[in-house]
Structures are given as structure tokens and as C-alpha cells.
Design a protein around this ligand. Structure first.
Ligand code: NDP
Ligand code: 8X3
Length: 252
């Protein structure tokens, strides 16, 4: 196992769910954390509980100029990012495509695809210069399969899958590594956001079976990041035991 002690890890979407759990798990390994999200109050609360150095970035990934400015303004001691966890993302609705909410589409495309691209484009050149770095994308089982009403969300996660593969090809002549962790159903605020705050509907998503917990996914991310430098885990697909595919979920 390679040590993550004092390595700088940047996590997008660190204010909730998988990203928040990743912050706790990386902190246990002694990594220094740059935590990004729009809800700075949440980041402050999380940072106050972590026994490691943190730097907080209040950042809306949908805005390219903000991403470029935020990364360019990192203090010198926070610039050598070793691990970039592209986790921030969301789903909006499960409507049929021809009835879909176009604003929701824009949010998903701008965050899940363009936000990931802006972060990667801004941070990878420094990693190449330093000859060291690891990009870990959080995709989804929805990047491998499509379910009814999943149309645009699934398309964004298929894009993440293609971008992960593309980055790996483009970086093959460097020491950098590119990985993806692609979960099935994880109980987070994801469904709350997807159903625009309808908590009852969100709750039903996780009833009748044991969904993954954010820490289950975070553990895989930390495991990937702590392999020796010649080991590049390309992809981990992680499902609840009750889930066999995006459309096969066994509920009691
Ligand atoms: P949560 O809703 O709990 O967390 C999403 C995170 O993304 C939040 O920290 C949120 O922070 C951040 N985020 C959303 N939009 C933006 C934005 N425009 N700019 C910056 N940050 C943003 O969901 P999860 O933890 O479940 O989701 C994390 C990732 O996991 C996503 O990419 C999702 O697609 C993926 N995933 C989730 C699964 C699940 O079943 N939950 C399964 C498979 C994949 P803030 O609102 O503070 O900005
Ligand atoms: C989020 C999980 O399958 O509900 O990626 O879309 S799913």
C-alpha cells in the first residue's frame, strides 16, 4: 500500500454523500484535503470534524471561469494536487425524454460532464509537470446501462465513462493514473435532489433493501488511490447485494 500521508487530495462534491465520506476516509490516511462544493457552511462543519489540514473551495462547477479562478488562486502550499476525485454530480427527474425538464438537463450536463471536464483540464497539466497524479472519477452503473426515465442522467454517466477511458489513453505516456468507481444505488441526498426536494419519494428509492452507504464507495476510492504507483485500477463497479443491474433490484 502506498502512503497517502500529507498527499493533497481534492474532492468535488465534498459537502454530502460519497464526497463527504471520501473526505473522512482520506483524512484517516493522513491526506491533506481540498474540499469543494457550493455549500460552504457544510464544508466548514465537515472540516471542523476532520483531524487533518483542509482548504475549502466554495465553487459552482457549472461555471468554467469560477473553476479556473479557484484553482489558479490556490495558495502555493496547496497547489501540488496528487489525487483529484471528480465526484460532484446530480440527477434531475425521471421523466420520459420527450416530456423532460430542459433546465434539469442543463444542470446535469453542466455539472456531471462539463464540471468534470473543467476540473480535469485545469488540474491535470500541473500533475503532468510534477510527473505524479491520479484522477478518480465517480461514474455510475448508469454509465454502463440505461433505465426508463434515466435518459439524460445515463447519458452524462456514459460520457463520464468515455472521458475516463479517453483520459487514460491521453495520459498513457505519463506516470499519471486514471480510475473510475461506478456505484449502483447509494443512500445519499442524490434522490432528494433528483426529485426536487420530495423527501417521501426520495425515501422510497432506498426502502425494502439495503442500499450502499457512502462509505462503501469512499473505501474503494481510497483503496484505488493507495495502490503502488505502477498499479492503475481502471474501474470498480460496486452494487448493493440486492441489485443486479439498473433495472433489477430485489425489494422485500
Ligand atoms: P449527494 O447529492 O449527496 O452529493 C452531491 C454532491 O455534489 C454535493 O456535495 C453537492 O454539493 C455537489 N454538487 C452538485 N452540483 C454541484 C455544482 N454545480 N458545483 C459543485 N458541487 C456540486 O449525491 P451523491 O453523493 O450520491 O453523488 C455523488 C456522485 O455519485 C455523483 O456524481 C452521482 O452521480 C454519483 N452516483 C451516485 C449514486 C447514488 O445512488 N447516490 C450512484 C452512482 C453514482 P453542493 O450542493 O454543496 O454544491
Ligand atoms: C445514480 C444511481 O441508478 O439511480 O447513479 O441512477 S441510479
Amino acid at each position: 500500500m502506498a502512503s497517502l500521508k500529507d498527499k493533497i487530495v481534492l474532492i468535488t462534491g465534498a459537502s454530502s454523500g460519497i464526497g463527504k465520506a471520501a473526505a473522512y476516509q482520506f483524512a484517516k490516511e493522513g491526506a491533506k484535503l481540498i474540499l469543494c462544493a457550493r455549500r460552504k457552511d457544510r464544508l466548514e462543519q465537515i472540516a471542523s470534524e476532520l483531524e487533518t489540514e483542509t482548504y475549502l473551495l466554495e465553487l459552482d462547477l457549472q461555471k468554467r471561469a469560477n473553476v479556473e479562478k479557484a484553482i489558479a488562486s490556490l495558495p502555493q502550499q496547496w497547489q501540488a494536487i496528487e489525487v483529484l476525485v471528480n465526484n460532484a454530480g446530480l440527477g434531475r427527474g425521471v421523466d420520459k425524454l420527450h416530456e423532460g425538464n430542459i433546465d434539469g438537463w442543463e444542470e446535469m450536463i453542466d455539472t456531471n460532464i462539463k464540471g468534470l471536464l473543467y476540473m480535469s483540464r485545469t488540474i491535470i497539466p500541473g500533475m503532468i509537470k510534477r510527473k505524479s497524479g491520479h484522477i478518480i472519477n465517480i461514474g455510475s452503473i448508469a454509465g454502463h446501462e440505461v433505465y426508463p426515465g434515466g435518459n439524460v442522467y445515463c447519458a452524462t454517466k456514459h460520457a463520464v465513462d468515455a472521458l475516463t477511458k479517453g483520459m487514460r489513453l491521453d495520459l498513457v505516456d505519463t506516470p499519471l493514473r486514471v480510475s473510475t468507481v461506478d456505484p449502483g444505488l447509494v443512500e445519499t441526498e442524490f434522490s432528494d435532489v433528483r426529485f426536487y426536494g420530495d423527501k417521501e419519494r426520495a425515501k422510497i428509492t432506498y426502502q425494502g433493501y439495503k442500499a450502499l452507504e457512502p462509505v462503501d464507495v469512499a473505501d474503494s476510492v481510497v483503496w484505488i488511490a493507495s495502490r503502488p504507483s505502477h498499479v492503475q485500477i481502471s474501474e470498480i463497479i460496486i452494487l448493493p447485494t440486492a441489485q443486479a443491474s439498473v433495472t433489477s433490484l430485489h425489494k422485500e
